[in-house]
Design a protein around this ligand. Structure first.
Ligand SMILES: Cc1ncc(COP(=O)(O)O)c(C=O)c1O
Length: 486
């Protein structure tokens, strides 16, 4: 019998993948689009974060241990006392009015004025990605995205069989000249992208922020070419230094959108990083015709997002100053970012380059000398990170980069995790011919190809993401949980 503590999520992450002979029996029943579906790097990473012997710099995790347990208990008690029946009932597909008011407040904090009638509450920001694709993407349609891009968007785009054109970012985010060249090239082929996907603030995974000049030009390009932009902004309020920049949504709306909102920017927001990902609450703000379709898509997906967690959020906003908690998080993450930057200097200095994020949760590090970070991950004992390839839709590019999360683990784990990466890199730079890279599915062609790859050479075959993040099974140890620093 399943115990309460051994709940579904944990079980899911530990479930073994079906063997080829098991899959074969169902092969003819699967829809064609499932062949393009790739395992999310995130799923593998969530499994890793469950293991006490592994320091995980991998997930996109905020530090939920910072939320006071007594406050959580009292908010839940409020919800129970005031709204048991509503909390336990279905809610409107668009979301509850009180939650929308919180969203309006959060967006105002970044200087973005929105009308609740343009908002849809979703089951995490991840659902926005899914619903936008469900609404806009037919197989073969083009999405323009940044390179690298959010690893969690990669499986969504591939599930909808999109062709993703990635534009390499630099320190100021997506270069608009390169975007325009790509758009011209596509136009010459008679192809018009369905949307441009960007994470302008403290990009996941790149850690960089799109400059104001580029934001303005991007909105201008979208208007000149009548293209939709999907602005994914989970981290905008987690800024540790520098001045906040306007959202693309507000730049578009300021140019006089129909009905006062933006015409061409779909905005994605979430409570995950400023409050809690366990709530699974995010939102989209979109032009009304698009919103209408998102609503229809959501009806088919889950009818509504959880009223229980929506009421938790509205109670929290009513009873507390949510900005105070945000300040706590910012102070903590700023310090951890600095700890990680110092650790990188100490253990990887001279052998890698990395970004210095002004906010968010991630550093993007690129190792010199053709080291393949997927191999590195497979061989690294006791530390996890997201290998760069998970952020590219071809599954090949980004092979010498890695995404490191500095927000979700204590200072000493950041130091130790980076030290372990430096150690396993040890003799690697320049000695890649000796790599074994043996992943658990050594029988799987992609995994063995990874082991045989030559220094600095990309595999000719596109490597499925499932293999990109396949990890060797290690002995499960159960040491006491590490003390958290707050
Ligand atoms: C860029 C980006 N978009 C969307 C999401 C999805 O977040 P959630 O579904 O928890 O709101 C994340 C989570 O890490 C993210 O980093």
């Amino acid at each position: 019998m399943r115990t309460l503590s051994g709940s579904g999520g944990e079980d899911d992450s530990r479930r073994a993948r079906p063997a080829a002979h098991e899959l074969a029996r169902y092969e003819a029943l699967f829809a064609a689009r499932t062949s393009g579906m790739k395992s999310s790097a995130m799923r593998e990473m969530m499994a890793l974060t469950e293991r006490p012997d592994v320091i995980s710099l991998a997930g996109g995790l905020p530090d939920t241990s910072t939320f006071p347990p007594e406050l959580y208990a009292s908010l839940m008690a409020h919800v129970a006392a005031d709204s048991t029946a509503r909390a336990l009932q279905y809610g409107p597909t668009d979301g509850m009015a009180a939650t929308m008011d919180c969203i309006v407040q959060v967006m105002a904090e970044e200087g973005t004025v929105v009308d609740p009638s343009e908002v849809i509450v979703t089951t995490g920001g991840q659902q926005v990605l899914d619903l936008v694709c469900k609404t806009l993407i037919d197989p073969g349609d083009v999405i323009v995205a940044e390179a690298p891009t959010y690893p969690g968007a990669v499986p969504t785009f591939s599930a909808y069989q999109a062709d993703v054109e990635q534009i390499e970012i630099d320190a100021d985010g997506m270069p608009i000249d390169a975007l325009e060249s790509a758009l011209d090239r596509l136009q010459a082929q008679g192809r018009r992208p369905k949307f441009i996907y960007t994470i302008p603030n403290f990009q996941n995974p790149g850690g960089v922020t799109m400059s104001l000049a580029r934001r303005r030009r991007l909105v201008q390009v979208a208007r000149e070419r009548e293209l939709l932009v999907l602005e994914d902004n989970p981290y905008g309020l987690l800024r540790y230094e520098g001045e906040p920049l306007p959202t693309l949504y507000s730049l578009d709306a300021d140019r006089g959108g129909v009905g006062g909102g933006a015409d061409l920017v779909i905005y994605l927001g979430t409570f995950s990083k400023i409050l809690s990902p366990g709530l699974r609450l995010g939102w989209a703000v979109a032009p009304r015709p698009v919103l209408e379709k998102l609503n229809l898509g959501k009806q088919g997906a889950d009818l509504c997002s959880s009223p229980m967690t929506q009421l938790f959020v509205s109670t929290y906003f009513r009873e507390c100053d949510w900005r105070d908690y945000l300040e706590t998080l910012k102070a903590l993450y700023r310090r951890r970012r600095d700890v990680m930057l110092a650790a990188l200097e100490e253990h990887l200095g001279g052998r890698a380059r990395w970004t210095t994020p002004a906010g968010g949760l991630f550093v993007w590090a690129t190792v010199d000398g053709g080291v393949d970070t997927t191999d590195l991950l497979a061989r690294s004992e006791g530390v996890a990170f997201v290998p760069g390839r998970a952020a590219y839709t071809d599954g090949r590019s980004g092979s010498s980069s890695m995404r490191l999360n500095f927000a979700g683990v204590p200072d000493e784990d950041i130091r130790e995790g980076v030290r372990r990466i430096g150690k396993v890199m040890g003799g690697d730079t320049g000695l890649l011919g000796t790599l074994t890279g043996s992943a658990p599915g050594a029988r799987e062609p992609a995994a063995s190809a990874a082991g045989e790859r030559e220094p600095g050479r990309e595999s000719e075959e596109a490597v499925p993401l499932a293999d990109v993040v396949a990890l060797p099974s290690r002995e499960r140890q159960q040491p006491a949980r590490r003390q958290r620093d707050l």
